[in-house]
Write a protein that binds this ligand. Structure first.
Ligand code: PLP
Length: 470
């Protein structure tokens, strides 16, 4: 590790050491029972002070990832992922990237509370065969060509108009890039803007896959806590001032996993801070339209006049996950950089998908669907909350989005509960995977959007039974 700014950065240097060790454990290079290098060895390898390594080892011990044997050293405890890829095959062992969330989604269960997806029965599937036909009639060669890398021009124009009308958000079609879902947008941004050891600021907790993406790029992740009323803005400013993060990835509207929404005043302040400290704000906003009572505040992008916000929206959740349509709004010259990354990733999102989406999006059905969907999701949220009210669990009822962020009694570990729940065919997301520091062990995320009303009730009863008998 480079020695520059070492003193001023010592507070978070230990987090870098912590992440270094954790990554090796996750890749299976350092396995259960292995002895960690001595403090002296690792401080010499990483070129950091011994106290920094000591602090990282102590934190790993607190997080129950290592144990100390008297006078012998630090040993790795069992931290096996639910599904593991470790083999002796040297090609598979080269696997660097990890997706904790997708490991959890792969557990086959009947009562699915881990996927923040919408029940396909609530989506407009039955109309799409009509749109396939319409698109082939209008553009008979739609499959005979690539889309442009940036995305279909007609779709970008439509979305630019829609953003202008809906959010008073002024963006030109050339400032929009169509992506394959917002997940790809996060990936493209990380790949094009983040180098190993760059600092990325993220909320704590946050969308677990985003942690894996930025960590996969070798970023140092710094965190700021998100609360029901947003952030402590003094802390955000201190972090930006001291650590100069390259970007702040945030999901300020019906935040995943908490459901919190950052108020308007803080949105404006964030844009000012971004400009002052030259920190790009990456605003991930896939849940903006999924509200229950009143529409949420306008996106941060609306307040940006200097190009310090990238705005990601997605129609994957509530129109058609299978079409994978997302969009990034960015000013130049960053758009150019994203376009290069997109061309290397897939040469453009499939044109058929973009055209089908366009024709649905501009039909009257779209608004009618959204209105019905909001009611259906609110009902599901209330069913889940009713079923949970028989337990001692606590949560803040969200005004939109797909999830409840639930506090377990402090003596209950979310992984122990998950193991027991999986036996009852119930799954959820344990809180620590939404935390880049791997803490928050007594929190869980329950999605109310995927299971049917009947399964919500039955599944939560099973979860409450597991809690009582753990
Ligand atoms: C905050 C957030 N961003 C991005 C995504 C990815 O969504 P998609 O790629 O389906 O648009 C999700 C999915 O759950 C999410 O919760």
């Amino acid at each position: 590790m480079k020695s520059s700014h070492r003193k001023s950065r010592s507070v978070y240097l230990y987090e870098e050491v912590y992440n270094y060790i954790q990554t090796r454990m996750e890749r299976g290079e350092w396995k259960k029972g292995d002895k960690l290098p001595s403090i002296r060895e690792l401080s010499s390898i990483l070129q950091v002070h011994r106290l920094t390594v000591f602090k990282a080892y102590q934190q790993l011990k607190i997080d129950k990832k290592v144990t100390v044997k008297d006078k012998s050293g630090y040993y790795i405890l069992d931290h096996s992922p639910l599904i593991t890829l470790q083999t002796d095959d040297h090609i598979q062992n080269a696997f660097l990237h990890k997706s904790t969330l997708s490991e959890i989604h792969q557990i086959p269960v009947k009562f699915q509370f881990s996927q923040a997806l919408i029940d396909p029965n609530l989506l407009p599937n039955r109309y799409f065969s009509e749109y396939v036909k319409k698109v082939f009639d209008l553009y008979p060669k739609v499959l005979g060509t690539y889309s442009t890398v940036q995305g279909d021009e007609e779709l970008r124009e439509t979305l630019a108009n829609y953003f202008r009308k809906k959010h008073n958000l002024h963006v030109e079609p050339e400032e929009l890039l169509i992506t394959s879902g917002s997940q790809q947008a996060i990936n493209l941004i990380a790949h094009s803007l983040i180098k190993p050891r760059d600092t990325v600021l993220m909320e704590r907790p946050t969308y677990s896959a985003a942690i894996d993406i930025f960590r996969g790029q070798g970023a140092n992740i710094l965190t700021v806590d998100i609360y029901q009323n947003g952030y402590n803005m003094d802390i955000v400013e201190q972090l930006m001032k001291k650590h100069k993060p390259r970007l702040f990835y945030l999901n300020p509207t019906f935040h995943n996993p908490t459901g919190y929404t950052v108020p308007t005043e803080q949105r404006k302040q964030l844009v000012e801070l971004a400009e002052k400290y030259k920190c790009l704000l990456v605003e991930d906003d896939p849940f903006h339209d999924i509200y229950f009572d009143k529409a949420p505040p306008a996106p941060l992008f609306t307040y940006d006049s200097s190009g310090y916000v990238m705005y990601i929206s997605s129609y994957s959740k509530y129109v058609a996950p299978g079409l994978r349509i997302g969009v990034v709004a960015s000013r130049q010259p960053l758009m150019k950089i994203l376009l290069t990354a997109k061309s290397l990733a897939d040469n453009g999102t499939p044109l058929l998908n973009q055209k089908m989406f366009l024709h649905y999006f501009t039909s009257e059905r779209m608004q009618q669907h959204l209105e019905k969907l909001r009611i259906a999701l609110q009902i599901r949220k209330e069913i889940m909350e009713d079923a949970l009210s028989q337990s001692e669990l606590k949560w803040v009822s969200p005004n939109g989005g797909l999830n409840l962020w639930v506090k377990l009694p402090s003596n209950i570990d979310s992984m122990a509960l998950l193991s027991k729940c999986v036996e009852q065919s119930v799954s959820f997301v344990p809180g620590h995977i939404c935390d880049s520091r791997n803490q928050l062990h007594s929190w869980i995320r329950l999605s109310y959007s995927f299971a049917s009303e009947k399964d919500l009730k039955e599944g939560i009863e099973k979860l409450c039974y597991c809690l009582r008998t753990l």
